[in-house]
Design a protein around this ligand. Structure first.
Ligand code: AMP
Length: 282
């Protein structure tokens, strides 16, 4: 497994692989890998014969008040995990190599990013779309795998690929959870024991909505009311948002007909956690 630090070298290696007829699968990550990331590496392996994992805590997707400097990092461990999953290359650039001091071009999605996480993190998706476009131009993947845990991100990337004609097929990976239901996240390490217990309220609230939906409830106000009731049992949790939106447009829905994304962001202590589920009528 090769470790590549320079963006230029990444592109040269990718061109070589392409020249040799290889199919490149890219898994973009911010590192501090867990089983959720590893499941995406395995999905990439199934669809490509050269797997590149990028590890880059992308500064442009963090606002000044967010946790960029505190974000957990452990490259030695990440490297071993990538190797264990049969990755061919790890792309591990520095922020200064990725962004020149006078960097001035960004990719901006103007519709899907207005609500949900885009509302509370207004510059976040501009940073995400920009770094993913750069990673696509450097690793030259035919296939790229993204987790459904970041539901809005996945839809924004698919839209970017569609609207800017990137020759990349986007493969979604299901949310991987801890045995008790908490969605895996690199940020879970920030949770104290008490907060870790209270963090289960996200999954519990989604469970409640899924259960009501199964029983025939289609009014989103009712689903949201019930979810808020569950959340109220966790005093350490402060809701950033819980919303029911159309799975394609990400616009709020009042009555569920088409597939509906229920997405939530919740601060447990200082840690912001996200989770979601998609409701589809049988
Ligand atoms: P991150 O390192 O958090 O930026 O995530 C890198 C990729 O892993 C993104 O496509 C995420 O959606 C995905 N991911 C993160 N956590 C999970 C999880 N629990 N299950 C599935 N995919 C995940």
């Amino acid at each position: 497994m090769k470790i590549i630090r320079s963006p230029e070298e990444m592109q040269q290696e990718a061109l070589l692989l392409r020249g040799n007829g290889r199919t490149i699968g890219l898994v973009p990550t911010m590192g501090y890998l867990h089983e959720g990331h590893l499941s995406l590496i395995r999905l990439a392996r199934e669809r490509a014969n050269a797997v590149v994992v990028s590890i880059f805590v992308n500064p442009t997707q963090f606002a000044p008040n967010e946790d960029l400097t505190r974000y957990p990092r452990d490259f030695v461990r990440d490297e071993a995990l990538c190797q264990s999953q049969g990755a061919d290359m790890v792309f591990y650039p520095t922020a200064t190599d990725m962004y020149l001091p006078d960097h001035s071009v960004y990719v901006v999605e103007e519709s899907l990013t207005s609500g949900l996480c885009g509302a509370s993190r207004p510059t976040h998706f501009r940073g995400v779309a920009t770094v993913v476009a750069k990673l696509f131009n450097l690793a030259l993947p035919q296939v790229a795998v993204f987790g459904e845990k970041d539901a809005q991100q996945l839809r924004v990337i698919k839209r970017m690929v569609r609207d800017l004609n990137f020759p990349v097929s986007i493969v979604p990976g299901p949310i991987v959870r801890e045995p008790d239901g908490l969605a895996m996240s690199s940020r879970n390490v920030f949770l104290s024991t008490e907060e870790r217990a209270q963090a289960l309220c996200l999954r519990r609230a989604l469970d409640r909505a899924e259960e009501l939906f199964r029983q025939g409830e289609r009014k989103t106000a009712e689903l949201l009311r019930n979810m808020q009731e569950v959340m109220a049992q966790c005093p350490a949790a402060r809701i950033d948002y819980i919303e029911c939106v159309d799975d394609e447009s990400l616009k709020p829905v009042t009555e569920i007909g088409k597939p509906c994304l229920i997405a939530m962001a919740v601060f447990v202590g200082k840690t912001r956690l996200i989770d979601n589920t998609v409701l589809r009528a049988p």
